[in-house]
Design a protein around this ligand. Sequence first.
Ligand SMILES: Nc1ncnc2c1ncn2[C@@H]1O[C@H](COP(=O)(O)OP(=O)(O)OP(=O)(O)O)[C@@H](O)[C@H]1O
Ligand SMILES: [Mg+2]
Length: 252
Amino acid sequence: MALLEVKNLGISFGGLRAVDDFNISVEHRQLYGLIGPNGAGKTTVFNLLTGVYKPTRGTFSLDGVVLTGKSPIEISRAGIARTFQNIRLFKNMTVLDNVKTGLHNHQKYTAIEGIFRLPRYFKEEAGMDEQAMDLLHVFGLDEKADHLACNLPYGEQRKLEIARALATDPKLLLLDEPAAGMNPNETAELMETIRFVRDRFGIAILLIEHDMRLVAGICEQLTVLNFGTELAHGEVDEVLKDPKVITAYLGE
Ligand SMILES: Nc1ncnc2c1ncn2[C@@H]1O[C@H](COP(=O)(O)OP(=O)(O)OP(=O)(O)O)[C@@H](O)[C@H]1O
Ligand SMILES: [Mg+2]
């Protein structure tokens, strides 16, 4: 059974069918790419899969659990995490605290225990510091744990956002244009990071990206969206030389 199963998913905004009859199967540990022109509906797919938008049609499930209609918090707990096309960090919080916001998904102490600083609060907070530092270490950010997120260079902010998403302990990670705004060196390093994350955490990754070198370099399967509907899907080499895809998206 595939990890993520999406069937006939769709949403309309007014008269616009932003995503229509969208189907995808992502296997455990797969690196899957979602590509297509601007406005094709890629980010909208992520918003549907994270519960930001409720689909007008269709269903999706993770590991056999139907998640259609669930809230963003329920979906996060079920194991889908994401990063955003425009980086969204808590800019005036430290690097460490940004990662800890992800860990709070699994916090066990109650609000009362937190407010009155009861023993379980301290025990769990200490455990969370340690886990967050471990994650930062993976991304080479542990020495900047007490820096404010806004003071990190762009490439490191992207990494921090991935670390925070991983802190929620996902089975599936959605990355929305992680290489946007990166130079070729940063992009090459990001490719290594994405592969490393898949191997180290054993999770599946669904990646939206316009950088075809990155897509071709790491993805195993691709789906191409155009005007909200699927134009092609399959093995990367096949899809990238499909005349339909070249005409609609890749150009010469
Ligand atoms: N909340 C919304 N209300 C109205 N229209 C929306 C909304 N969200 C997205 N759309 C529209 O849906 C279409 C798909 O947008 P989406 O952001 O998913 O595209 P995209 O493939 O991610 O594009 P890009 O590559 O530029 O990021 C666009 O026409 C967009 O204007
Ligand atoms: Mg987008």
